[in-house]
Design a protein around this ligand. Structure first.
Ligand code: NAD
Ligand code: MG
Length: 390
């Protein structure tokens, strides 16, 4: 793909979206912003639109449409609203779709882009967790390349450069361990959201920050990796690496291991996904061994962090189980963020929903939607029960 590239940012007001705009602003000769979308944050969306002058902006929440429309009148920017508009804009004219919406909501716009054969820079891991098999098949059918943005998957992807014909023995995903590394259940039972939102190494959106504190994020990433790199569950390992400078590792069938390293900064994997296969010069801070004389690695504690154990089981089970787990987890995380349930009860909610939803080995797209709805329903029922018992 040639430069300049037209970039559509779905979820431009989020942590990934904002960092992507910084990357783009540093290379105005290489990138052009064509689409910007947000859910509710009209103010920031308007500010971004006035600065980057896309062709289209979409505000998901239709109630905010008049505000955005008025602010952008006389600019020539097309303003749309609603979920259908997100899908339509995803099918429009541009080169790279940065999928930076959080949660299940990212699935449909991403699928719409895939069906147009767009290149997908994928941050929204939930898309592959929910319907990975389906999404990868569609991508193949429409020759849409998927380039990971998630730092671990970007690391594996970077290690695979030049290795197309060499089989992978296994991959090792690194995890920081989050703010509660080393803690046990007696501590976690009293944890509140303010503490869980204090990630030691990364500044991210609230949902992924809570997922990182419960290790669900790593479970989601195992499932994401399974589909991205076409691996068997046995080929995916997780290791806790609190410094977050080895972003992940890949072992080939000759036993050789490659790792990709760098400071924890999402701008690098974002930039790599937007400029792939080219590497662009930048002035991001550089890693130095002098500042990191000691790198450590230890196995994850899946007994205490039950979410990771649940995700590992679901990874093996496949079918609609990851979709159900993802939906229940989204509900559990929002409930925890609203102080409706405790930290450890997030796992109870997920297990409960998984038990309630019927297993389907080969789900259709509508099965995924039904599974998502049903799992959310069962999750909410338990959340309400817990809330009233507190
Ligand atoms: P965020 O919460 O900061 O931003 C989410 C974006 O999605 C916002 O622009 C919001 O307006 C939009 N959005 C939210 N709900 C929506 C809905 N229902 N419909 C349409 N748009 C909606 O999230 P983030 O941290 O930027 O993460 C985005 C995705 O990238 C997540 O899937 C996350 O797991 C993944 N990711 C993030 C990071 C990171 O460092 N932040 C790292 C790796 C992967
Ligand atoms: Mg990650």
């Amino acid at each position: 793909m040639q430069f300049p590239r037209k970039i559509a940012i779905f979820g431009s007001t989020g942590s990934i979206g904002r960092q992507a705009l910084e990357v783009i602003a540093a290379h105005p000769e290489l990138f052009e912003v064509t689409v910007l979308t947000a859910w509710k944050n009209a103010e920031l969306l308007i500010e971004q639109a006035l600065q980057y002058r896309p062709r289209v902006v979409v505000i998901g929440d239709e109630g905010q449409y008049p505000v955005v429309k008025e602010a952008l009148q006389h600019t020539g920017i097309c303003v749309l609203a609603g979920l259908q508009a997100l899908e339509e804009a995803a099918a429009g004219e541009y080169d790279v779709h940065l999928a930076a919406i959080v949660g299940f909501a990212g699935l449909k716009p991403t699928l719409s882009a895939i069906r147009q054969g767009k290149t997908i820079a994928l941050a929204n891991k939930e898309t592959l967790v929910v319907a990975g098999e389906w999404v990868m098949k569609e991508a193949q059918a429409h020759q849409a390349q998927i380039i990971p943005v998630d730092s671990e998957h970007s690391a594996i992807f970077q290690c695979l450069a030049g290795e197309q014909h060499n089989p992978i023995e296994k991959i090792i995903l690194t995890a920081s361990g989050g703010p509660f590394l080393g803690k046990k259940t007696n501590f976690l039972v009293n944890v509140k959201k303010d503490h869980a939102l204090q990630h030691p190494n990364w500044r991210m959106g609230e949902k992924i920050t809570i997922d990182s504190s419960s290790l669900m994020n790593k479970g989601l990433e195992m499932i994401e990796a399974r589909w991205l790199f076409n691996l068997h569950p046995d080929q995916i390992e997780v290791i806790i690496h609190p410094q977050s400078v080895v972003h992940s590792l890949i072992q080939f069938t000759d036993g050789s291991i490659k790792a990709q390293m760098g400071l924890p900064d999402m701008k690098l994997p974002i930039q790599y996904a937007l400029s792939y296969p080219q590497r662009l010069t930048n002035d991001f801070p550089r890693f130095s061994f002098k500042q990191y004389p000691y790198l450590s690695f230890e196995p994850p504690d899946t007994k205490t962090f039950r979410n990771l154990a649940i995700a590992m089981e679901v990874l093996r089970k496949a079918g609609n189980a990851p979709c159900a787990m993802n939906a229940a987890n989204e509900e559990a995380v929002w409930a925890f963020l609203q102080n409706k349930i405790g930290f450890l009860e997030m796992s109870d909610v997920i297990e409960h929903a998984l038990q309630k939803v019927d297993f389907i080995l080969h789900p259709s797209l509508s099965d995924y939607e039904e599974t998502d709805q049903l799992a959310r329903h069962h999750a909410r029922v338990l959340i309400e029960k817990i809330r009233h018992s507190i």
